[in-house]
Design a protein around this ligand. Structure first.
Ligand code: ZN
Length: 354
């Protein structure tokens, strides 16, 4: 007999119940079973499951649909379970990242039977590990219709502030060639490492932009993150490779970002290594603007890459909004102010009702 979740518990107590059912990545099964069972008991929801991802939705025929999503897994437990509640602060693995958000999502799924937009609740597996295991990515590939919506909220910890979109990222190698020779007769060769000098100079002089996209400021960066060359202490090297990482604002596609890098290194061999798209915050869309107005506060840009980009790739603008200080995520002393969990529930409930 597995754990039975009580969706009538206040969100902080439900958070503690979710955390105490430990679910490090790859071991979400018992928690996914409990979430599925709890949601199947809610009369106004249709429930689907794929692996350890559970998707529940209303089907009220509303003109718009929104997604509330959260991952069920955590990083490994570090002797910080079971949870402890001390002076309004809940301590333990998962309290920040991100079972407070999951508790809020479950409470709203059970207790908002007539939202003004249809709502799809997504509780997914394997967010804290390699991208190819990510449950949201798997559903996006295999069941994209489950995620179709006008707007999505990823309930990752954001200290109850709206964090919109994210920068994209790509890496290239700039390949430099020369002519090998014995270093005693260096004038017979051409040094590929010396040829990297002007490349590094361009990087040092580069002025990264800060771009405003849908009202939020995204700070770009173009940086060398690696350099290699040379085969022996007495050989003029004929090869050198400079690895460059470009963090680009979500006003650009991956192809446009690559074009920009090729322009910066005009005249050099530039080879694409890998790339991941950014995500626009979409705050210019009425459905997103209504969200920001309902939850309040000043939205800010998300700096790192997050799963909001998976929604953006499906044409669904998405933001991060959830309880907990993101700087405490994954920490051994992970803890959340329970008042923040309640604030998020109250504001999201108000949003779904307007
Ligand atoms: Zn997370």
């Amino acid at each position: 007999m597995g754990t039975v979740l009580d969706l009538d518990l206040p969100a902080p107590a439900l958070t503690a119940q979710l955390c105490d059912l430990a679910s490090p990545s790859g071991e979400e099964g018992p928690l996914a079973d409990a979430v599925e069972a709890a949601l199947r008991a809610v009369g106004h929801l249709t429930v689907d499951r794929d692996g350890d991802t559970v998707v529940a939705r209303t089907a009220l025929g509303r003109p718009s649909r929104v997604v509330l999503a959260g991952h069920l897994d955590t990083v490994p437990v570090a002797g910080n379970l079971p949870t402890r509640l001390v002076d309004g602060v809940l301590w333990g693995r998962g309290t920040v990242d991100m079972k407070g958000g999951v508790a809020v999502g479950l409470r709203l799924a059970a207790h908002v039977p007539a939202p003004t937009s249809d709502v799809t609740f997504v509780f997914y597996d394997n967010e804290e590990v390699e991208a190819d295991r990510n449950g949201l990515g798997r559903v996006a590939r295999q069941q994209p219709g489950w995620l179709a919506a006008d707007f999505a909220v990823l309930m990752e910890p954001s200290s109850a502030a709206v964090e919109g979109g994210c920068n994209g990222t790509l890496r290239v190698a700039v390949d430099l060639t020369g002519t090998a020779a014995h270093s005693a007769r260096w004038w017979m060769g051409r040094n590929a490492i010396h040829a990297a000098g002007p490349v590094l100079q361009r990087l040092a002089e580069y002025q990264p932009a800060t771009l405003t996209v849908d009202g939020l400021d995204y700070r770009e960066g173009l940086n060398a993150v690696g350099i290699s060359g040379g085969i022996a202490g007495n050989v003029i090297p004929d090869r050198c490779e400079v690895t460059v990482n470009y963090r680009f604002a979500p006003d650009k596609s991956e192809a446009q970002a690559l074009d920009h890098v090729r322009q910066v290194f005009d005249g050099y061999d530039v080879r694409l290594l890998d790339t991941a798209p950014g995500a626009r915050p979409g705050l210019d869309r009425p459905v997103a603007a209504a969200f920001v107005a309902a939850v309040g506060g000043q939205p800010r840009a998300k700096v790192g890459w997050t799963d909001v980009a998976r929604f953006d790739a499906l044409g669904v603008p998405a933001v991060n909004y959830g309880p907990g200080d993101p700087q405490l995520a994954h920490a051994d002393d992970e803890r959340v102010d329970v008042a923040e969990i309640e604030t998020c529930e109250t504001r999201l409930r108000a949003w779904l009702a307007t």
